[in-house]
Design a protein around this ligand. Sequence first.
Ligand SMILES: [Mg+2]
Length: 457
Amino acid sequence: MPNNVYVNRTLNLKKIKYIGLDMDHTLIRYKTENFEKLAHSVMLNKLVNNLGYPKSILDLTFEFNRSIKGLVIDKNTGNLLKVSRFGGIKQSYHGLKPIDYYKRKKIFADTFIDLGDNNFDTIDTNFSISFANLFAQLVELKDTTEFQTLPEYNQIAIDINQALDRAHQDGSLKDVVRENLEDYIIRDEKIVQLLEKFIKHGKKIFILTNSEFPYSKLLLDYAINPFLKDHDSWADLFEFTITGSKKPRFFYDNLRFMKIDPETGNMTNVKSKLTPGIYQGGSANLFTSDLNLDPGHILYIGDHIYGDIVRLKKDCAWRTGFIFEELEDEVKNNKLSESINKEIEDLMAKKIPLETKIDNLISDGIENDHKNHKDEINKLLDQVQEIDKLISPLISKIQKLYNPYWGEIMRTGIEESYFAYQVERFADIYMADINDFFSQSPRSYFRSKRRLLAHDE
Ligand SMILES: [Mg+2]
């Protein structure tokens, strides 16, 4: 079986006693494009009906490809940015138009992005794809004479957020999901059986989700219960089901657990130590101490790079697993681009000596001022140009494999993206799909590779 679990830091599953799972987009997978399309249209409706935006924006159609995970939204300028691991801006769009290289240099010069700045939002999860698309579309409209009365870019971002919050509060988003589960939620028999296998090996599995109990119950009833063999209901399968958990606060604060009665949904304060069951709220601290666990014996798997992974690692010593579904395509495309990259490398191997020759001739002219190498230099420059002409279609061939607007998620040119940096720094293991993890033996030893440093050959 191919090992599709990628390892940043060695992890011995034999030592892991508790495996925690985020629910949305981790344990329960969505038909992401459908869901984001729905979110886009619900937000548009709220903007028009509640926040006074012109009716004509209802014509905007959702474009799934317009944004990728890890992008940064600059709310003040209306720009979308792709940032390198060092915080440098490597690609940018204003609204729906790319900002060209020279203009970008001028606007951002040596700006490095500090993501702690409130002006920036990052696309951390699948749930932000529609937000980024709608923001870019409205910025694009705001720049036209017809729509110049739209609020400032920053206010547009605030309004979209407010529209989304309202949709969550009044249930307009989740009600549609509830009525059409098969359009939005993936049901997968295999994952349920794999979970039962892990439990046979003595692993305790728990859910830790920010979704509230009624919505969690809806999804779990639909996606888990029909496929159980050794258990009557998901409530027996999972040692703990912690809903409304307020991650990332869960990882650093000391909020109390409330016990939920699954029949009525009523909640009561927990005064004694935690026992298996269904809860709301709580904290990692209490969870670890009440169960008398070593934090290193808990593995938590989630798909929100900040809320599930980065903050967890900064605040507690649980091990981390990161899920992002785009990884599958990215790995596939990296394989496809290998042979093209090899062609580029071969051409570069021809180009570099020519450039060195040119440099040497120029140096010679400077150092021995009687010498004139102009003709020879021009000839060499022509040869370099010929090679460049062969390289550039190869580069666009590679770019076409990935997202048409943004390219790879994990890289910006040869540098890693900021997103890749976060994954590498904070996720002990990562994979495209929760099945990749549970398809491994519960006794696996995930070993990290020796990593190359700049001076390594
Ligand atoms: Mg999630």
